[in-house]
Design a protein around this ligand. Sequence first.
Ligand code: TYD
Length: 209
Amino acid sequence: MFLTLEGIDFSGKSTQAKMLVDALSAERAVCFLREPGGTPISERIRTILLDKKNLELTDRAELLLFSASRAQLVAGVIRPALARGEIVICDRYYDSTTAYQGAGRGLPMDAVRAINAFATDGLAPDLTLFIDIPVDEIERRRAAAGKGFDRMEAAGREFFRRVRDGYCALAAAEPHRFVRIDGTRTPGDVHAEVMAALTASPLYQLHTP
Ligand code: TYD
């Protein structure tokens, strides 16, 4: 089974991914990955993508680099893990490209969709958990974290508004694959909803030992 987590920056998605992996690893083989990254080549591409010095990176080059990183991850890690019968949990996947590069940067959606399909050779997630927070929450969480921003996080509020709208449109278009989860509650409450969404999925039930 192939499960992905999605959401805007500071949605708490990565915390949820870790909690989910901890909960499942006790009784089954779990392959946990994050995008961009997950293979040596993909991690090198990640460095280029997140480096604040790379201000001249064009939107199209950005889209292709995220997709190149993913192509390597799908062929080298995700497909082999699925073939071994593992549950693959990926923190971000091609819906991030549709939301950030398509809706956020405004690149043509038909091209984004075609490149997503090409990079993954058509591998779609079975279930996608969209951890949703309002855009204003980004500012609050960013201030509380007190960290610097990477190249992507440095984008402004309007950009993140478009990205969130992009996710909402994806969730509406594919209601069988997407589950929207309110990310404004405590990590424990969000985790409970994540587990409920997963255990309700017919594919998960099929894979339950
Ligand atoms: P990361 O530090 O991993 O952020 P997060 O914990 O929020 O996932 O950085 C990934 C950044 O790259 C994040 O800002 C989202 C962005 N991104 C895209 O713009 N397109 C993509 O296809 C992917 C996978 C990520």
